[in-house]
Design a protein around this ligand. Sequence first.
Ligand SMILES: [Mg+2]
Length: 324
Amino acid sequence: VPLSEFDLIDRYFTSSTGPRDDVVLGIGDDCAVLRVPDQRELAVTIDTLVAGVHFAADAEPEWIGHKALAVGLSDLAAMGAEPAWATLALTLPQAEPAWLGAFSRGFSELALAHRVQLVGGDTTRGPLAVSVQVHGLLRAGAAMRRGGGAPGDLVYVTGTLGDAGLALLAEQGLYVRDGCLGGLREQLHRPSPRVAEGLLLASVASACIDVSDGLAADLGHLLRASACGATLYLERVPCSEAVRDYVAETGDWSVPLAAGDDYELCFTVPEEKQAVLENLALDFSVPVTWIGLLEPQKGLRCCQADGRQLAAVPSGYDHFAGGD
Ligand SMILES: [Mg+2]
């Protein structure tokens, strides 16, 4: 029996997240009505995940639900915003209860963990695609931007880079390894947005971006916005043992620098705030690593352990670049 749109929303999403007391009206009316506190600003972002582009059509629905929300939370983290509300637009070939139940579980678990309430949505019949808009709260004027970096600032990154990229290569059968790449799949399918870290960083970082399309591309956005360049010290780029082995075997830096889907934060800190940052970072759930320096000379230079520069910096994934 096909479910109507109303049944879908009601059955799977109405009470799966929240409740927050700043939601005046949630799911069920023509609009949600939300209360933004005085002296706060709203940070808003939307992401769409399309089957066959961002995930396999037969991927675990629980992972899709998790990731659809996680990518938006990662953007809020990059601004130093505190997550509050989300809306969801779901395009489905058919309404399959088992799929919807698992999707909703993945979405709701992450939403509850970050005190996000789903306040509205839309369902449509069509090829599988998921759009999630998230809303976060900022102290007025306190948003971390991409454009605040200056020459002399130190470049940092949270966590490790390349785990999701290597997991994808392994899933595609392009990298075959004895032993366990299983732990990396968690990073690919169930990334942990660095929300708590972003909130703390807002007081010390001069600029910040989340690493979704690969460090080289996303740091490149930060550099252009900040009107400067940078040198990265490759031996300092934090990698798991598996990624380190892969780079050592292949000489290919594109996994940690350009594969994307890391959802870590890349940020810059003025030198005089380095001690404050490193003290703050003791409370983080992931390490932060100093990986480079902002410089007046535009562009991104990657310095290898022997002091020589990488001839070509691997670039990130661009959906509209065409080609292969
Ligand atoms: Mg982003």
